[in-house]
Write a protein that binds this ligand. Structure first.
Ligand SMILES: [Zn+2]
Length: 73
Protein backbone atom coordinates (compact mmCIF):
# COMPACT_ATOMS: atom_id res chain seq x y z
CA UNK A 1 0.00 0.00 0.00
CA UNK A 2 1.57 3.29 -1.01
CA UNK A 3 2.23 6.02 1.43
CA UNK A 4 1.22 9.56 0.82
CA UNK A 5 2.67 12.63 2.39
CA UNK A 6 0.42 15.37 3.54
CA UNK A 7 1.05 18.74 5.01
CA UNK A 8 -1.23 20.59 7.28
CA UNK A 9 -1.69 24.20 6.36
CA UNK A 10 -3.07 25.02 9.75
CA UNK A 11 -0.15 23.93 11.90
CA UNK A 12 2.43 23.14 9.23
CA UNK A 13 2.89 19.56 10.31
CA UNK A 14 3.69 16.92 7.76
CA UNK A 15 2.43 13.43 8.14
CA UNK A 16 2.14 10.25 6.19
CA UNK A 17 -0.87 8.18 5.50
CA UNK A 18 -1.00 4.73 4.06
CA UNK A 19 -3.99 4.32 1.88
CA UNK A 20 -4.95 2.73 -1.33
CA UNK A 21 -4.53 4.52 -4.60
CA UNK A 22 -8.27 4.85 -4.85
CA UNK A 23 -8.20 6.89 -1.68
CA UNK A 24 -5.19 8.95 -2.69
CA UNK A 25 -7.23 12.03 -3.38
CA UNK A 26 -9.43 11.76 -0.37
CA UNK A 27 -9.04 14.58 2.13
CA UNK A 28 -6.70 13.80 4.95
CA UNK A 29 -7.03 15.06 8.45
CA UNK A 30 -4.02 16.29 10.34
CA UNK A 31 -3.09 14.30 13.44
CA UNK A 32 -3.85 17.48 15.31
CA UNK A 33 -7.35 17.46 13.92
CA UNK A 34 -6.99 20.07 11.23
CA UNK A 35 -8.70 19.47 7.96
CA UNK A 36 -6.86 22.03 5.88
CA UNK A 37 -4.25 19.69 4.45
CA UNK A 38 -2.60 19.33 1.12
CA UNK A 39 -1.16 16.23 -0.41
CA UNK A 40 2.49 16.42 -1.21
CA UNK A 41 3.92 15.00 -4.33
CA UNK A 42 6.38 12.38 -3.29
CA UNK A 43 8.99 11.20 -5.66
CA UNK A 44 8.11 7.77 -6.83
CA UNK A 45 11.11 5.61 -7.40
CA UNK A 46 10.70 4.05 -10.75
CA UNK A 47 13.20 1.39 -11.52
CA UNK A 48 14.05 0.04 -14.90
CA UNK A 49 13.54 1.89 -18.07
CA UNK A 50 15.48 2.15 -21.23
CA UNK A 51 19.19 2.12 -20.78
CA UNK A 52 21.43 3.35 -23.50
CA UNK A 53 22.66 0.24 -25.18
CA UNK A 54 26.31 0.57 -25.88
CA UNK A 55 27.05 -1.12 -29.08
CA UNK A 56 30.15 -3.09 -28.64
CA UNK A 57 32.32 -3.17 -31.66
CA UNK A 58 34.77 -5.99 -31.96
CA UNK A 59 38.21 -4.81 -32.87
CA UNK A 60 38.93 -5.63 -36.44
CA UNK A 61 41.60 -8.26 -36.33
CA UNK A 62 44.08 -8.07 -39.05
CA UNK A 63 45.05 -11.29 -40.65
CA UNK A 64 48.46 -12.47 -41.31
CA UNK A 65 51.15 -13.37 -38.97
CA UNK A 66 54.78 -13.64 -39.03
CA UNK A 67 54.68 -15.42 -42.37
CA UNK A 68 53.08 -12.59 -44.22
CA UNK A 69 56.20 -10.88 -45.23
CA UNK A 70 58.36 -13.87 -45.63
CA UNK A 71 60.04 -13.58 -42.32
CA UNK A 72 59.66 -17.28 -41.70
CA UNK A 73 61.07 -18.46 -44.81
ZN1 LIG B 1 -2.57 20.51 11.69
Amino acid sequence: MPRYDFRCRSCGATFELRRTMAQANDPAVCPQGHEDTVKLLSAVAVTGGASAGAAQQAPSGGGGGCCGGGCCG
